[in-house]
Design a protein around this ligand. Structure first.
Ligand code: ADP
Length: 172
């Protein structure tokens, strides 16, 4: 299995799928969601509207990638940070559901943004270890997914995820 960390723009990734940090209305928005819809084109929103009536927090839905290099986009809904224990549960299940959809659709590679740590306010120091552990645990038992890549937009987020992965390796 392979987990990678790169600093960059998720819309440019050539993994089979990319994950989106969507909202529960699947209505499109700013941040990474806006960037993915702009780059993917209008078919993605059409497909979302046709197939789904929103998506609960902690879950995810799948569409085609439109004009993106990635064949699929997995629209995950992370929690708005509240500081309560439920945040961790919902963030874990958002990442997990993305990976389960990969297994179901025979997708061998996926790129993730840092879900919930932008407008949704999840402190990246808290979110990174949860994201990295959830993905790492899943990959250990699902060899069909050969690559998970975290694509982090800014320096601080990138270094925080790399550190979280380093600490995870020390602790296993
Ligand atoms: P949320 O609402 O889940 O917090 P945001 O889109 O506000 O989602 O932010 C999530 C993370 O995605 C932030 O770290 C933000 O800097 C980052 N981000 C924004 N645009 C991109 C992009 N094009 N590629 C990768 N990450 C991005």
């Amino acid at each position: 299995m392979s987990i990678e960390f790169v600093q960059g723009d998720i819309t440019q990734q050539e993994t089979e799928a990319i994950a989106n940090a969507a909202n529960s209305r699947l209505a499109g928005g700013g941040g990474v969601d806006g960037a993915i819809h702009r780059a993917g084109g209008p078919d993605m929103m059409k497909e979302l509207k046709q197939k789904y009536q929103g998506c609960p927090t902690g879950s995810a839905v799948i569409t085609g990638g439109g004009r993106l290099k990635a064949k699929y986009v997995i629209h995950a809904v992370g929690p708005v940070y509240s500081g309560k224990p439920k945040d961790r549960e919902l963030l874990t299940s958002a990442y997990r559901k993305c990976l389960e959809l990969c297994t179901e659709h025979k997708i061998g590679s996926i790129a993730f943004p840092s879900i919930s740590t932008g407008v949704y306010g999840y402190p990246v120091e808290e979110a990174a270890p949860i994201a990295v552990k959830t993905v790492s645990d899943y990959l250990k038992t699902h060899s069909e997914i050969r690559l998970a890549r975290f694509v982090l937009f800014d320096d601080k987020t990138f270094s925080t995820y790399r550190r979280a992965y380093g600490e995870l390796e020390v602790n296993v």
